[in-house]
Ligand binder design. Structure first.
Ligand SMILES: [Fe+2]
Ligand SMILES: [Fe+2]
Length: 255
């Protein structure tokens, strides 16, 4: 049950209100009596998780990547939760998607390459230590290990929600150094996005990424140049959840 990230939240799923999930400490359906589920808050607030998330972001800052820290993973957790809830999934699967969202980029603390798979193994170790049962750990780490568009697939519902949430986070607040936008296409495209919103229409089973892009900074072709693979991954993820995916830029429906 992710609460809103502490920093400005430029992108949210369509529910508006902060998501709610299984109350802390409440038994999860299907779990043995007396076993307390590992909650989203307990994961987010754990000192080791904070250390890992910050180390991952610091490593990416060193090599010139956009922001991948608490703002990004908090937002991804929030959106992944809402995607599943809006499409009619239960509280606990949605909360597990949020946990996967919060931990999905910790592998960057080791290396950017194969960070999804590295992060999955790191998350397994953390969640096992927190007392999460294997039947919950496995879908979470499968989601983390498959979140990257180049070598991941929506192998389960959590993975599909995580892919949609992660690929949606494009926004100017992710650019660390706006002075550099003239030189780096990733920074320029991110900086051009003034508003982004993942709209989940539960009746139509349609998910739309709505972007407001400043054409003076980056034109549409640049956006497509670097985001086509991500959009295809989002479409595949939506299909796994029984939904269609579309992209809307400055009010124009593109796909
Ligand atoms: Fe990632
Ligand atoms: Fe990410």
């Amino acid at each position: 049950m992710p609460s809103p990230p502490s920093q400005p939240r430029p992108l949210a799923s369509a529910t508006g209100a902060p998501a709610t999930g299984t109350p802390a400490g409440a038994p999860t359906p299907g779990m043995a009596d007396g076993v307390r589920p590992v909650t989203f808050e307990s994961v987010r607030e754990h000192p080791r998780v904070k250390t890992y998330v910050r180390a991952a972001d610091a490593a990416l800052a060193e090599i010139g990547y956009t922001e991948h820290g608490e703002r990004h993973v908090g937002l991804v957790a929030h959106i992944a939760y809402n995607v599943l809830k809006r499409l009619g999934h239960g509280d606990r699967p949605a909360e597990l998607a949020a946990i996967a969202g919060y931990l999905h980029d910790i592998g960057n603390a080791v290396n950017r390459d194969h960070h999804a798979q590295t992060g999955a193994v790191m998350a397994m170790q953390l969640l096992r230590e927190f007392g999460m049962p294997d039947e919950e750990i496995l879908p979470v780490i499968a989601a983390i290990g498959n979140h990257h568009e180049n070598d991941g697939d929506p192998v389960n519902d959590l993975a599909a929600a995580l892919i949609l949430a992660d690929k949606s986070d494009v926004h100017r607040t992710r650019v660390r150094n706006p002075d550099m936008i003239k030189f780096d296409i990733h920074d320029r495209v991110n900086y051009a996005v003034e508003k982004s919103f993942l709209n989940v229409d539960e009746d139509q089973k349609h998910i739309t990424l709505e972007l407001t892009l400043d054409p003076a900074i980056s034109h549409m072709m640049e956006y497509f140049e670097i985001f086509m693979t991500r959009m295809l991954a989002a479409r595949k993820a939506a299909k796994h959840l029984g939904a269609t995916f579309g992209l809307q830029v400055n009010g124009n429906r593109l796909v």
